[in-house]
Write a protein that binds this ligand. Sequence first.
Ligand code: ZN
Length: 203
Amino acid sequence: MNNNSFAVTEPVARLIDEFSKLPGIGPKSAQRLTFYLIRMPYDQAQALAEAMLAVKERITFCQRCQNITEFNPCTICNNPRRDSSRICVVVEPLDALAIERTNAYKGLYHVLHGVISPMNNVGPSELRIAQLLDRIREEEVSEVILATNPSLEGEATAMYIHRLLGGLVPQVTRLARGLPAGGDLEYADDVTLTRALEGRQEF
Ligand code: ZN
């Protein structure tokens, strides 16, 4: 940590260092957050620290779909009324939530936890792609729906997975166009998302 402006004491330097490990937080933002926290009422700082620990203690990844969950397997994977022959591959847990909101999909999910992004040093091995392939080999899957965002990275990630799936699944589909290009699935309105699901096309 470069602290050429003034010497900070150990706990301050340590917090700046911890903040700067977070995605999108540079040294400047890490300093700003640290000093904000120092001025914060004690109760509020404690609530923040406790909320962070509660998430780490109570939330885990579903062993089957990799979604975040308090129960393992998650309530979707564990629901016998869901169509387990379909897997909808999404980038983030919030994308699965957006699709759930539409009530138009009764299959299962697989959460990648990111997209392939050479610019941000994210390669395929950083995503939960290996777990997806394991699932497809072990489960009876008739359709994989690639529901990544219609962005450059989302498309590239879908193409990459599609290539790996060759021969493993009878049908691989992609959400229909109509989602705002470059937009995030999680912000799409229910009607648009339902149409994109219903109009999904063979990859
Ligand atoms: Zn699950």
